[in-house]
Design a protein around this ligand. Structure first.
Ligand code: NAD
Length: 339
């Protein structure tokens, strides 16, 4: 154990029982002081932080410029994201306040890629419906008809860590894999992935899966115009970030049957819903309610990363990032210093 780590206090926001479990276990090798808060980090909760050097946040914490300024006054020197995406952090504000920001760029891309496959397979072969049907002794096959994935064209937008793993899975199923990215990956081209302009991918893919980050260029990438370019009956899968999709446009596309299937693990307004048990509440978000009413829509609540392997990696890499940043060491290959 490092002799100085026990003086470093880390405040975890949006902490769930599994965060406590995996971080406490990983921390036996580090020896930091850990403190867990269930609440999101945002203007309403930032004042909980008192004399802490490190704040550890997740996807729906709101690390806005105002929050960053207050964190700086509380002595926070490091914001450690325990996730890959960082669209919820104002990096410019962190830089201005001299706060370092790190993330976990690649913990288990296979976990997310395999969940994208699970969404496809469930939507296609309707195993969720079959499960309930058979338990009620209804052995009829009516309404369960699927299609072979073999020889279908899969359009993959973003071929970074997760997109790369997903390309390999879909090639393994005998699919034709078309990709769009700002940079073509030569290793993927060597195994049969072909890169195309976005419009060509949208026009030809039977299944479109999103694996690019959310930024100004990609916000509402799936909108009324791009949906109109797609094959009728297309399947759209989003395990990346909710705001890649214009929800209203997708609802219109589903009603017209232009979109045949939608599988989403992320949702633009998910911060008010996901990671909470709202089973006794009246949901005020009419768009998610409408989406969940379609028989050909599958929503999971941001669980694509949620495997034992991924949580073990996330905890270890996050604590190692904090160790390296607090000791001002050169970052290792898996750590990612954003500012
Ligand atoms: P990555 O950075 O390794 O890859 C992203 C790829 O997208 C890169 O190849 C990049 O060149 C490409 N890209 C950037 N802008 C683009 C654009 N305008 N059009 C097309 N491609 C573009 O990221 P990753 O680890 O593969 O993760 C992808 C996303 O998945 C993350 O940004 C995150 O939002 C999301 N994610 C979701 C979960 C989950 O549990 N649902 C878990 C981890 C990550």
């Amino acid at each position: 154990m490092n002799t100085t780590t026990d003086s470093i206090k880390i405040s975890f926001f949006s902490a769930k029982p599994y965060d406590r479990e995996f971080f406490s276990e990983a921390n036996t090798n580090f020896g930091f002081q850990l403190e867990f808060f269930e609440t999101h980090l945002g203007p309403h909760s930032v004042n909980i932080v008192q004399n802490k050097q490190v704040v550890c946040v997740f996807v729906n914490d709101k690390v806005t410029a105002d929050v960053v300024k207050i964190l700086a006054t509380k002595g926070v020197k490091i914001i450690a994201l325990r996730c890959a995406g960082f669209n919820n952090v104002d990096l410019a504000a962190c830089k201005e306040e001299g706060i370092k920001v790190c993330r976990v760029p690649a913990y288990s891309p296979e976990a997310v890629a395999e969940h994208a496959l699970a969404l496809i397979m469930t939507l296609n072969r309707k195993t969720n419906k079959a499960y309930n049907r058979v338990r009620e002794q209804n052995f009829s096959l009516n309404g369960l008809l699927g299609f072979n994935l073999h020889n279908k064209t899969i359009g993959i937008i973003g071929t970074g860590n997760i997109g790369h793993a997903f390309c390999k899975i879909m090639l393994g199923l005998g699919c034709k894999v078309m990709a769009f990215d700002l940079i073509a990956n030569k290793d993927l081209e060597a195994i049969g992935v072909t890169y195309h302009p976005l419009v060509e991918l949208l026009q030809n893919a039977d299944v479109i899966s999103l694996h690019c980050p959310l930024n100004e260029q990609t916000k509402h990438l799936i909108n009324a115009t791009t949906i109109a370019m797609m094959k009728k009956g297309v399947m759209i899968i989003n395990t990346s970030r909710g705001a890649l999709i214009d929800t209203h446009a997708v609802i219109v596309g589903l009603k017209k049957a232009q979109i045949g299937y939608l599988g989403i693990d992320v949702y633009e307004q998910e911060d008010k819903l996901f990671f909470k048990d709202l089973s006794s509440d009246i949901i005020q978000d009419d768009e998610i309610q409408r989406l969940m009413s379609f028989p050909n829509v599958l929503v999971t609540a941001h669980q694509a990363f949620f495997t034992k392997e991924a949580l073990t990696e996330i905890a270890h890499i996050t604590l190692n990032n904090i160790l390296e940043l607090s000791e001002l060491k050169q970052l290792s290959i898996k750590a990612a210093l954003l500012v």
